[in-house]
Structure formats: structure tokens, C-alpha cells
Design a protein around this ligand. Structure first.
Ligand SMILES: [Cu+2]
Length: 159
């Protein structure tokens, strides 16, 4: 009990620190200015489903809006304080109506198109959670794109 409590406190502090950094970055690059990356892809609505205390894995979801050139999401990274690994997965239903999921190497993000990571489809699988994902908590996730490089996003845990 005490060990997992300490761990989640550290995760919360880390997430708080990372969240502040993200806000500062957002203020530094207001929309509407002629920034060099004005037509870069964007990632919004990042969330993860809250997990039961016994759960070993979680999943994160978000929406990617393609930039002016085609790109692809090739991987994800999460802090070891949150989970052991973050991998791209796709859920699908087989002909018998059974849901299953499998790893995917890359997810194409066509120019100007929206790609949704959502329950029942693409998601970032968080394997080996260090502590349950609790509603309202936040943590940082890094999405790695073939062209845009690493994009840091803040995940909010929801029900
Ligand atoms: Cu999965």
C-alpha cells in the first residue's frame, strides 16, 4: 500500500511539472502568428481510460490532424514512472464478433486529414502500469512521427 501510494505521488508531481512546461510552450507559440510550424500536424483531445487497481495495462487516445505534408506515427514513449512501454495498437472485430488487438508499426497521417485514436480502433497501449490510472490525473506521452519527430502531449485520465 505505502509503496504504490509513494509511486503515484511521484507520478502526480512529475505530471504536474510536465504539464506546466507544456502550458509555457503553448503560451510561447500562440496560434495566429507566422510560426515556422504553422502548418504542422496537431494532436488534440489526449486522454486515457482510468484503470482498475488490478489492471496491468492501459490505453491512450487522441486525434491527429495532418499538416501540410503527409506523415506517419511510428511510435510512442511514456515515462517509466507511468508504464513500462507504450506501443501502437489497433483493435478490430473479427468475423465472429470477437474484439482483438495487435501491434501496428506505423499509422499514416495524410496531409490535412484527421486520424482518430479511439476505443475500438487505434490506441497507444500502455503496458506494465506502475500505478492505476486515476480519473483527473495527467501524465506525459511522447508521440514519434516519421517527419515531424517527437511530439510531447499531456494525457488526462478519464472514465
Ligand atoms: Cu492494445
Amino acid at each position: 500500500m505505502s509503496r504504490s501510494t509513494r509511486t503515484s505521488t511521484r507520478v502526480a508531481r512529475l505530471a504536474a511539472a510536465l504539464g506546466s512546461a507544456a502550458i509555457l510552450l503553448g503560451v510561447a507559440a500562440p496560434a495566429g502568428l507566422a510560426a515556422p510550424r504553422a502548418d504542422a500536424l496537431t494532436v488534440t483531445g489526449v486522454w486515457a481510460r482510468a484503470t482498475a487497481s488490478s489492471a496491468k495495462d492501459g490505453a491512450a487516445y487522441f486525434t491527429i490532424k495532418g499538416g501540410s505534408t503527409a506523415d506517419s506515427l511510428t511510435g510512442a514513449k511514456v515515462d517509466m514512472m507511468v508504464a513500462m512501454s507504450a506501443t501502437l495498437h489497433k483493435s478490430s472485430m473479427d468475423s465472429g464478433g470477437m474484439m482483438s488487438m495487435s501491434p501496428v508499426k506505423a499509422v499514416p497521417v495524410p496531409a490535412g486529414k484527421t486520424v482518430a485514436f479511439k476505443p475500438g480502433g487505434f490506441h497507444v497501449m500502455l503496458m506494465g502500469l506502475k500505478a492505476p490510472l486515476k480519473v483527473g490525473a495527467t501524465f506525459k506521452l511522447t508521440l514519434v512521427f516519421a517527419k515531424a519527430g517527437a511530439e510531447s502531449v499531456t494525457v488526462t485520465v478519464r472514465r
